[in-house]
Design a binder for this molecule. Structure first.
Ligand SMILES: *Cc1c(COP(=O)(O)O)cnc(C)c1O
Length: 341
């Protein structure tokens, strides 16, 4: 029996032997009082990478989004984002439950909305509308199929936000995928975003962890929420060491994941019963439509030892990552062809 090929998500990566060794020997201390050297190092490295004053280590990307929204918005205010964005579709209603905000969903093109679209949504002095407080951008767009926001698209949205006096936030769960795919450094991509974060438990391959960055004042206030939500930790350096290791060793290799995603897309696109335009594949996420029921397709595929995710009645998602190689991609394509034959 061959090992299963897990394309369900890039969260399925297991820490490598080298990463585990770094974790086992990490210097640690009490994170809550800034005495964990490994956490301090990771936060300094990430703040530097993102060109922000300070950063904070958190257990998850979801908590980064929730804290950023809670710090920056008051009850009844609005956060503008794409209609597929993670805080709206996958955070269990957190922005409403924890921060009391309205999420104002913009119909973007594969997760990417435009400056003029935002401008139109914000237009008009209007005291009937919820006050616009924040605009959030997802780089890359998950449900947009890993689409990368181009720099001019980011700049256009930030310039509209600045003119309207609205804050900016970047959900950078896969920012490093966008960096590798576009060649635009992370610091430049987030330059005009007040707050942003990186997830280390996705393509970067760490078991746990995300880092939220912004101004010193923002991080100071964010610590209150980290404490409130139970996100303050103790000897978290064991985890942070894995994240720093990922920054050193798992960024450039994301290019391989992107190549594998294209190889998968090219293969799947030739199968009858699958609709997929390989030209839309920019990073490590491959979304496609199948003629039949996505759930049954995914179940049949699992029996062949290949895991993918059903994302809608007919939509399937496959994600490449560091535990997937070319041979695995070819097995996945062959299995999909057998299932649909
Ligand atoms: C995974 C993901 C998150 C949440 O990150 P977790 O670490 O799983 O909490 C937020 N935004 C996007 C776009 C994601 O893909």
């Amino acid at each position: 029996m061959q090992e299963p090929i897990d394309l369900f998500s890039d969260t399925r990566t297991k820490p490598t032997k080298a990463m585990r060794e770094v974790m086992a020997t990490a210097l640690v201390g009490d994170e809550q009082v800034f005495e964990d050297p490994s956490v301090n190092e990771l936060c300094a490295r990430t703040a530097d990478l993102l060109g922000k004053e300070r950063a904070m280590f958190l257990p998850s990307g979801t908590m980064c989004n929730q804290i950023a929204i809670a710090v920056r918005c008051r009850l009844g205010e609005a956060v503008y984002l794409d209609c597929t964005a993670h805080p709206l579709t996958a955070e269990a209603g957190g922005p409403a439950a924890l921060a009391g905000v309205i999420l104002a969903a913009l119909p973007g093109e594969r997760g990417v909305f435009t400056g003029p679209q935002l401008e139109a949504a914000l237009a008009g002095p209007n005291r009937n509308k919820p006050r616009a407080r924040l605009v959030s951008v997802e780089q890359t767009s998950n449900f947009g199929g890993g689409r990368v926001w181009r720099l001019d698209e980011l700049d256009a949205v930030c310039s509209v936000a600045a003119k309207a006096g609205v804050g900016t936030h970047m959900d950078g769960a896969r920012l490093m995928n966008a960096v590798v795919a576009s060649g635009v450094p992370a610091g430049r991509q987030v330059r005009d975003f007040d707050t942003c974060w990186l997830d280390f438990s996705k393509g970067l391959g760490a078991p746990v962890g995300a880092v939220l960055a912004g101004s010193a004042d923002f991080i100071e206030e964010a610590w209150r929420f980290k404490q409130m939500l139970g996100g303050a930790m103790r000897q978290a350096g064991i985890l942070a060491a894995a994240c720093t290791y990922a920054l050193d060793h798992h960024v450039e290799r994301l290019a391989e994941d992107h190549e594998n995603a294209r190889r998968l897309a090219d293969g799947l696109a030739t199968i009858k019963g699958i609709t997929l335009d390989p030209a839309t594949i920019e990073t490590n996420l491959v979304f496609f439509e199948i003629e039949g029921d996505a759930q049954s397709f995914v179940k049949a595929l699992a029996k062949e030892g290949i895991r993918m995710g059903a994302m809608g009645a007919r939509i399937v998602r496959a994600v490449t990552h560091l535990d997937i190689d070319k041979a695995g991609i070819d097995r996945a394509i062959a299995a999909a062809a057998r299932v649909l034959a």
